[in-house]
Design a binder for this molecule. Structure first.
Ligand code: TRP
Length: 446
């Protein structure tokens, strides 16, 4: 079956839909809070530029040249030993690991849409207790929201209404940015704002601890949807005349802008309400709702729109996590799209369910291994190990195994010779060695 191609802006929309998600608004602020503020942000920005954008373009090229799923891309583009290279494409399954805890968090967002209507917490303490009870004690309720997030994601992928969702995103992404800007204006007038700016942009290098760089790297991969063949799969439907370089830059810029914006807002309210910035995955859910409450009726509307827009941003990202595996299954096995979805759905649901239980007070001991809850295990394994490895494989493959002339023909018209050379150096040396060194150093020597 010949798959439909994206329109010129279609790819940017789809890739931005994948990149912009809970990673920007939920994960980035709490990672920054947990890992020392400004120092983390600095390392994160450096990794986005030096590694993220370079690799993003690498994935785009593999998809665009092969026009197939990740496994086929490695197999078909390899000059020789395609039967060995193809295993690199199995990185698509990292996406399923990510998806399983991603849908748990998406479930929390759904819950907060409902909370927006009638019981926004009045204080930080109450807000913290509310979040604690949502993830820690009210299990049946959480299972319902998680299942809803799960079903919605798989329903959309099964119907192939991706295009429709992307179109909705075309409205909701600007809405999300607009709401964030409104919140920012509100934030600028609070005392917490100066503190937030200094927390985020005044790096204290003594705060760079063992894992900081690896975490920043993982976050850069996560937020740009790298290392699992997601961007590669989307790029396989690129139209011939899309400017690859400009599209990649646009997606990365938009993604970074939204993360920074979300960080500034959330930290302002964190300091304003005296919440701990290092509070972990609950940060957004604890620091924002009391503010919405303080804003009165207008706050209810803003809260509602905020969580709805975030839910859509999360959904388009969730969809993009399923697509690479499905694309692999359809192209490489005899299974149909639907059968593939059922198998992947079952695995996702089981893993997600375990992740959910690992936050529950009385049950977490059953899903804790090596002293770490299953939710955190999935997150650590994917962001700090599997995605970086996927990234190294893509970089080495594009840098050393795809003919330079082929790359040049594709890229130089868009980016010029100088940037092309710089990029090629980056993907050959900086990305693989950089990522490798960071991983080894932090996993074994810290
Ligand atoms: N980038 C998305 C976010 O920030 C999450 C995501 C979608 C993702 N596809 C991915 C993360 C592929 C890693 C790999 O929310």
């Amino acid at each position: 079956m010949k798959t439909a191609r994206f329109s010129r802006v279609g790819f940017v929309l789809a890739a931005a839909g994948s990149a912009v998600g809970l990673g920007n608004v939920w994960k980035f602020p709490y990672m920054t809070g947990e890992n020392g503020g400004g120092a983390f942000v600095l390392v994160y920005l450096a990794t986005i530029i030096l590694i993220g954008v370079v690799l993003f373009l690498g994935e785009v090229i593999m998809g665009r040249l092969s026009r197939k799923d990740s496994v086929s891309a490695f197999r078909n583009l390899a000059p020789k030993n395609g039967h060995i290279w193809k295993y690199s494409g199995l990185m698509v399954f990292t996406g399923i690991m990510i998806l399983s805890f991603y849908t748990v968090v998406l479930g929390w967002i759904f819950k907060y849409i409902v909370i927006s209507f009638n019981n926004l917490p009045v204080s930080a303490t109450e807000s913290g207790m509310l979040f604690g009870s949502i993830i820690g004690t009210n299990v049946p309720n959480q299972i319902i929201y998680f299942s809803l997030a799960f079903l919605l994601t798989f329903f959309i992928v099964s119907k192939g209404v991706k295009r429709g969702i992307e179109r909705i995103n075309l409205i909701l992404m600007p809405l999300l940015i607009l709401i964030l800007l409104v919140l920012l204006i509100y934030a600028i007038n609070l005392d917490g704002f100066t503190q937030a700016v200094s927390f985020m942009f005044n790096p204290d290098f003594s705060k760079i601890k063992g894992m900081t760089i690896l975490k920043a790297l993982g976050q850069a991969f996560f937020t740009l949807s790298l290392g699992v063949g997601c961007i590669m799969t989307y790029a396989s439907s690129l139209s011939d005349n899309t400017n690859l370089y400009r599209s990649s830059l646009m997606v990365a810029a938009m993604d970074t802008f939204i993360a920074i914006l979300a960080g500034l807002i959330i930290f302002t309210f964190t300091f304003h309400f005296g919440v701990e910035p290092s509070g972990g995955p609950g940060l957004v859910f604890v620091s924002l709702p009391p503010l919405f409450n303080e804003m009165g009726t207008f706050g209810t509307i803003v809260s509602l729109l905020f969580f709805i827009a975030l839910a859509f941003a999360g959904l388009t990202s969730a969809i993009s996590l399923v697509e690479p595996s499905i694309s692999f299954i359809i192209n490489n096995t005899k299974l149909t799209r639907f059968q593939g979805l059922v198998i992947i759905g079952i695995v996702t649901y089981i893993l997600g369910f375990m992740a959910l239980l690992s936050n529950v007070k009385d049950l977490k001991e059953y899903v804790t291994f090596f002293n770490t809850g299953f939710f955190d295990i999935l997150d650590f394994l994917s962001s700090s190990i599997l995605m970086p490895i996927g990234g190294i494989l893509v970089a080495v493959f594009v840098g050393f195994f795809i003919q330079k002339d082929k790359l040049r023909a594709l890229l130089v018209p868009d980016m010029g010779e100088f940037i092309f050379k710089t990029w090629h150096f980056g993907i050959r040396y900086i990305v693989p060695f950089g990522v490798f060194l960071v991983m080894i150093n932090q996993l074994f020597f810290s």
